[in-house]
Design a protein around this ligand. Structure first.
Ligand SMILES: Nc1ncnc2c1ncn2[C@@H]1O[C@H](COP(=O)(O)OP(=O)(O)O)[C@@H](O)[C@H]1O
Ligand SMILES: [Mg+2]
Length: 416
């Protein structure tokens, strides 16, 4: 009898989790790792949505942000619950989309090939989800698209299913104002996050000189970044995919869903900067029949098609219409207004492309001025989002701090 180990046979249990459940368990992946970082990320996500919406609709942004401590007298120590409110004067969204846009991860309007700050339909929902799991309070979202009626929703995220749970809905007059207002409660740590949040607004203002941004912090301090120009960058236009940015999965889907009767038309209708002449030349190169039906290609032909897309060198480079660069004039205006330096120079480089995706590099250099600390300071932005973390891993940090010998330009090392 002794020595025998009995292992009862148990069946392995399988289950599936929803995107909300995944991000609930892995909040740090989306920038919500602790109360300090979360307060910063939530503010950022909502402000970036507001700016995206205004810019896409070519509306001069007026953005109001307020963070207040949720305990009435504000005496609890950090970390503690805060109320975060972000309001914009953008186009708003149709009320029927509000629950999914704000309480469902991966639901959004920016899954297109054009520049914007948001991309995956998760920023606002992450902020709301984080608020809910740390305070158990619903979010309140108000939208008006016509300035006549404003629709308000109180919602929570049903995390298990990644579906919105609407607790309350109401309508009131919008008093001529369009746009969206979001208010949520979340656990935060303003004593730690405050300086990052203020730096975020300062740098955001530098690249959005056409926006009014008013921020009121939990101590009642008011930060106003005033519009200095009514010019805005041209909104980005949606574009077709460039042949160099296409992988086999994308190609297969395009072929399957194609309504075109032959490969030549398929190419010229679905790809960026491909016309009849290039389509014909490419198909000859790839050894594919221009009259073949796109839906009928065999697996081997799809593979041949895909690899030829990457080896053929006759495609035109992508144009930059899907980008919305700030431009030299606005960049200089932003630097002037935020830093008031003695000297500014700005450059917009010509568009380039990487794997079929166009990009434009814009650079400003400023020297001296008011309220600046001594030493070299590097400000980095991607899609007009300030990048406040991990700067020393950036190649531009190495160039500015290690490669350039500022003394050769008669600039002392600790000059502002
Ligand atoms: N302030 C706003 N104005 C207009 N639309 C908004 C605003 N905030 C969010 N949205 C809509 O909600 C969607 C989801 O937002 P979000 O979860 O932040 O994802 P993303 O910004 O990556 O698309 C957006 O794609 C947009 O359509
Ligand atoms: Mg977003």
């Amino acid at each position: 009898m002794g020595g025998e180990v009995k292992v009862s046979r148990r069946e392995t249990v399988f289950k599936e989790i929803s995107p909300s459940e995944f991000f609930y368990r892995n909040r740090d992946l989306a920038g919500f790792s602790n109360p300090s970082r979360a307060l910063y990320s939530a503010t950022r996500e909502l402000v970036e949505n507001a700016l995206d919406a205004c810019e896409a609709a070519y509306i001069l942004p007026d953005i109001f942000v307020r963070i207040t401590s949720a305990d009435l007298d504000g005496t609890l120590p950090d970390p503690k619950p805060y109320l975060l409110k972000v309001q914009d004067n953008g186009p708003g969204i149709e009320p029927k989309y509000v629950p999914d846009a704000f309480a469902r991860i991966f639901f959004g309007s920016k899954f297109q090939l054009k520049q914007s700050r948001g991309m995956f339909g998760m920023g606002a929902t992450m902020a709301i989800l984080y608020g809910q799991v740390t305070t158990n309070k619903p979010v309140s979202v108000t939208t008006s698209v016509d300035g006549e009626k404003a629709y308000s929703f109180e919602m929570m995220v049903n995390i298990r299913d990644n579906t919105p749970l609407v607790l309350n809905k109401s309508v009131k007059p919008a008093l001529g104002k369009t746009g969206i207002s979001v208010q949520l409660t979340l656990e935060g740590d303003y004593s730690r996050a405050g300086s990052k949040i203020q730096e975020y607004f300062k740098q955001t203002a530098l690249v959005t000189p056409y926006a009014n941004i008013l921020f009121i912090d939990p101590n009642g301090r008011l930060f106003f970044y005033e519009r200095v120009t009514e010019k805005m960058p041209k909104p980005a236009k949606e574009t077709l995919p460039h042949p160099l940015g296409i992988d086999l999965e994308a190609l297969r889907r395009l072929l399957r869903e194609s309504k075109e009767s032959n490969l030549k038309k398929f190419l010229s209708k679905n790809f960026h900067r491909v016309g009849d002449r290039i389509a014909e030349d490419f198909l000859r190169y790839a050894g594919l029949d221009p009259d073949a039906k796109p839906q009928d290609l065999t697996n081997d032909e799809i593979i041949r098609f895909g690899s030829a897309l990457h080896s053929y060198d006759g495609f035109l480079p992508p144009d930059s219409g899907c980008l919305s660069p700030l431009g030299e004039e606005l960049l200089a205006a932003g630097i002037e207004k935020e830093l008031q330096p003695e000297f500014i120079t700005v450059v917009q480089r010509p568009p380039s492309a990487y794997s079929g995706f166009p990009f434009i590099v814009e650079i400003g250099l400023a020297y001296g001025g008011k309220n600046v600390e001594p030493g070299v300071k590097l400000l980095r932005f991607a899609n007009r989002i300030p990048l406040l973390y991990d700067e020393a891993n950036d190649v531009s940090w190495k160039v500015v701090n290690e490669e350039i010998d500022w003394k050769r330009y008669k600039i002392p090392q600790d000059a502002p």
